[in-house]
Design a protein around this ligand. Sequence first.
Ligand code: 5CA
Ligand code: ZN
Length: 412
Amino acid sequence: MKAWSRPQIPTLAPDPAMPRVHDSASGVSVEVGRGEGPARMYVCGITPYDATHLGHANTYVAFDLLQRVWLDAGREVIYTQNVTDVDDPLLERAAATGVAWEKLAAEQIDLFRTDMEALRVIPPTHYVGAVESIDWVVTMVQRLIEAGLVYQVDDPQYPDWYFASSQVPTFGGVAHLDREQALAVFGERGGDPERPGKRDALDCLVWRLERPGEPAWDSALGRGRPGWHIECSAIAVRTLGEEFDVQGGGSDLLFPHHEMSAAEGTAVTRTPFARVFAHGGMVGYEGEKMSKSRGNLVLVSRLRAAGTDPMAIRLVLLAHHYRADWEYTDADLVAAQERLLAWRGAVADATGFPAGSTIATIRGALRDDLDAPAALAAVDAWVAASAAVDSDDTGAVADMATAIDALLGVRL
Ligand code: 5CA
Ligand code: ZN
């Protein structure tokens, strides 16, 4: 489907050093994107209802930094993001509010696009909905059937199709949970460990046969709709190829989502699927994780409607390391607005403190596991030095504005 428009991205003289990011699977920081061909990244997209809250925005701004670092290094980037535009939570919300699920999804995807554009997030190369990838999902399930890893659950009424996750030797290698933890988290995050008729409690749904009142599509598997994890494995393999650099999302996706989709991908391709699994922290509000089900949301669109500069919203997010869990308060926004004002003041001057070492610090910070807070601190120090030191460097101001725009995505 259509993504959103691409912000203008100024370029600096390229610096070929590659970024490192923390890999949740191995627990260490790994260089990403040096291989043959373009750097390739998949980031799990929204389920389109109650978008776009600051938690979502935090995730997409984090991976936007990674893309910017790659572009700064002169790398071509292929980036895929999905939209879970048919799944239980969306259908439940549509039913609860009396809105057609297609309409709810379309409206929320539109709002998300507007928010991403305002935040100057670079759009994905491939923006793909679950509904439009049903054929890919069915093909992937068929390949898993051929491998003996998908079966029909023992249920005479609804013999849905399940993936035998624990039969894949690498299963467990992403999140490293023991079985007890895995079962608990699976149950909390969309899984059905208790469903009778499965071969193993951790097996996950890949194709759900039609139920009355639910959307369904004809397929060789019977009329039905895709399960969640197979949506992402199918879209990733189709758009990025059998192996890619980074699988990204918030830390709530580590298990079961990324574990299951990696196992499905690996079972089909016989590669580790993604080289690195990167996860952003959880943004909270008023004492809990910000989530649609709890309703404690700070929406980007609401802040924008109240007149907040989107660049201040972006600075709120960048002030926290992407892997940190943090809680949003109004003080975050006040601090970001003050910072934006100070930066804009500094670049409005004709001259500034020489920019070279600051730009090197920003680049170094971002390459080192996307350390945006360290990059912001470097800009703050440059702003202070520009105010304190009489400089006749006329190029400094333009260079800094370019670097802040290109690397941090903040247009001053
Ligand atoms: N459609 C699936 C992924 S395939 C999904 O999780 N959708 S979502 O709308 O619930 O979340 C979209 C993205 O935002 C995911 O990467 C998720 O990890 C991230 N996310 C959700 N809530 C938060 C939060 N409170 N803080 C940080 N990131 C969050
Ligand atoms: Zn996903």
